[in-house]
Design a protein around this ligand. Structure first.
Ligand code: HEC
Length: 112
């Protein structure tokens, strides 16, 4: 009896975190993006913010930008920084950076 209850708790917990993970991925842009990136890249990814314009950040909705870059290149740029793009390797975990690139930056790609 005790064991089944333990198992039930485990399954419930697993389902709950799975649900949260799904939810987190379905909101775009993510909270992390809004918190750390939108200041320059904008909530819409177009970099039309004051800082984005003055630093000349690229438009994430531009198909050429999306084509030019591999995920690995983007992850590296976000981790180590690039020109005026600040490094986030110390502030964010690898998982956060990966998710920011794969879901946020890629999520701005024009729909085909
Ligand atoms: C202080 C302003 C600023 C912030 C904050 C910022 N960026 Fe950038 N980002 C830039 C600029 C400027 C560039 C253009 C750098 C270049 O390619 O010359 C850039 C470029 C990029 C690129 C393209 C890199 C490449 O290889 O050209 C990616 C991807 C990116 N940013 C993602 C992010 C993500 C994700 C965040 C949040 C964790 C973020 N940026 C936060 C200014 C910023």
């Amino acid at each position: 009896m005790r064991r089944t209850r333990l198992l039930g708790g485990f399954v419930f917990g697993a389902l709950l975190s799975f649900g949260i993970a799904l939810f987190a991925q379905s909101t775009h842009p993510s909270e992390d993006f809004k918190k750390y990136c939108a200041k320059c890249h904008g909530d819409d990814g177009k970099a039309q913010t004051q800082r984005g314009k003055s630093l000349d950040a690229r438009d994430f909705t531009d198909p050429d930008f999306q084509k030019d870059q591999t995920d690995a290149q983007m992850i590296e740029a976000v981790t180590d920084g690039k020109d005026d793009m600040p490094p986030f390797g110390k502030k964010l975990t690898k998982e956060q950076i990966e998710s920011l690139v794969k879901f946020d930056v890629r999520g701005f790609a024009p729909k085909k």
